[in-house]
Design a protein around this ligand. Structure first.
Ligand SMILES: [Cu+2]
Length: 468
């Protein structure tokens, strides 16, 4: 059977399942019991609005497909209801794989259904307006495509609180790196950083109150030369609520500058240090709770180039990993709040590259071409978790392990370990076009937000990689 025949068979089966079960599922009595007005819980009452979805495969992805009405045939349709409605979602299994459907913001999850044609339902009272996720809770299925949005129109009008959330883009552009210094003489350099607290985009429909250097995560990539004398000023924006500071691992001196730069809102502090040892170094806020300030986004890196500079490459990228501790679970919509208990327990809800779930996938995917060489300056802000840094589909030709730029690099490495407050420099040539993925090979973290793309353009190279 060809793939096309197989797909056709699947589609026919799905349609048949829909005809049989989609119809019978509407002929369902028992809608006459009283509405429980307990907020956010499954209710057993006559629904005001009913949606029917079936599970299926589309383009190699697992999806929900709308059945009947406005959503007929729509993949992962947006379900729209009015606040106060009792909503019901009927789920029909169309692919013989085990699935369910959950709207965690309303505390409802259906039973799991695995036989083709099997039906499950959730019924709930939409007591809060806004935009909420529905998805399959089977491990990997949400990431595999089974996710859509439920929009509850507010009672104050039919457009209340349903606009997509717009928050500041805090993701650092991975190409925003000062150019190589090309072995220039050592000199004096002035650097100014500003601590900024702001509500930023964490993921689609999700925001977080970040604490940042210069409104981005990670903070600006700083580039100096071995022997430079650096005058560094930290400003703490007047609108902030917290004191902040900076400890740079490139500083030789007490606390890396952390104590000397403790800065209340509306003030600034300045230190001068000589960058005596080349390397790629993490910097971070060092104001108690240090773990909280780092978890909220206050980390970045400073490169101290060796006197002779670094070997020439075609492209350089700046990527940092961190983890985030939110009260609400991964994927819940709206504004997330920081959980100190989870930070202390080292049980993050999110793992991110460059500050947000979509930073290096939707917003700033890395781009390069076949025949080019790339260098990734990779660091871990943490505060708690090491990274098993790996690029799916590539080997690192050279790894300056632990960012030790004055040691010989390792060659042909698959995965390299980077501790919190540590870094690495990897270089590799691109031989084959396609999408490569930056991951932490503690791979479950990809289901908690950690992913970056490296998109490589160019001619196919069938002598190296060929699909039959
Ligand atoms: Cu801080």
């Amino acid at each position: 059977m060809t793939n096309n025949q197989r797909l056709t068979l699947i589609v026919i089966t799905i349609i048949t399942a829909f005809v049989i079960y989609g119809m019978t599922s509407f002929i369902d009595g028992g809608y006459n019991q009283a509405v429980e007005l307990a907020s956010g819980h499954m209710v057993d009452s006559a629904p005001d609005v009913i949606f029917e979805l079936k599970t299926g495969l589309q383009g190699g992805r697992m999806v929900y497909i709308g059945v009947a009405g406005d959503i007929a045939g729509v993949i992962n349709p947006t379900l729209v209801v009015d606040q106060g409605d009792v909503a019901q979602i009927i789920l029909v299994n169309g692919d013989s794989m085990e699935h369910d459907i959950s709207v965690p913001d309303f505390g409802v999850t259906s039973p799991r259904i695995s036989a083709k044609g099997e039906v499950a339902k959730i019924t709930f009272h939409t007591d809060q307006a806004g935009s909420f996720a529905y998805f399959c809770t089977m491990p990997g299925h949400r990431q595999g495509g089974m996710e859509g949005q439920l929009i509850v129109n507010g009672t104050g009008g039919h457009h209340g609180n349903t606009q997509p959330m717009t928050a500041a883009r805090i993701a650092a552009d991975p190409t925003d790196i000062p150019p190589p210094l090309n072995g220039r003489p050592a000199k004096s350099v002035k650097i100014e950083l500003t601590a900024v607290e702001l509500e930023g985009n964490l993921a689609s429909g999700e925001t977080y109150t970040y604490w940042t250097f210069n409104g981005q995560v990670p903070g600006p990539f700083l580039r100096v030369r071995q022997g430079d004398t650096v005058e560094l000023t930290l400003k703490n924006d007047n609108s902030n609520h917290m004191a902040h500071s900076i400890d740079l691992h490139a500083v030789t001196g007490p606390h890396g500058g952390g104590m000397a730069t403790q800065t209340p809102p509306g003030e600034f502090r300045t230190i001068t240090f000589k960058a005596i040892k080349p390397g790629l170094y993490v910097y971070h806020c060092a104001t108690p709770s240090v773990g909280q300030h780092i978890a909220n986004g206050m980390y970045g890196m400073i490169l101290v180039e060796p006197a002779d500079g670094l070997p020439k490459v075609d492209r350089e990228f700046y990527v940092m990993q961190g983890e985030m501790y939110t009260v609400k679970p991964f994927g819940a919509k709206g504004l997330h709040e920081y959980s100190h208990d989870k930070m202390l327990a080292a049980t993050p809800e999110y793992f991110v590259l460059n500050g947000s779930v979509d930073a290096l996938t939707d917003i700033y995917p890395l781009k390069a071409a076949v025949g080019e060489t790339v260098r990734i300056f990779f660091g871990v802000g943490g505060p708690n978790m090491a990274s098993s840094f790996h690029v799916i589909g590539e080997m690192f030709d050279r790894v300056y392990s632990q960012a030790a730029l004055t040691s010989s690099p390792l060659t042909n490495v698959q995965t390299t370990l980077v501790p919190p407050g540590g870094a690495t420099v990897v270089e590799f040539a691109l031989e084959v076009p396609g999408r490569y993925m930056l991951v932490d090979h503690a791979i479950s973290r990809t289901e908690k937000g950690l992913m970056g793309f490296l998109d490589v353009e160019g001619e196919q190279q069938p002598d190296i990689f060929y699909v039959h």
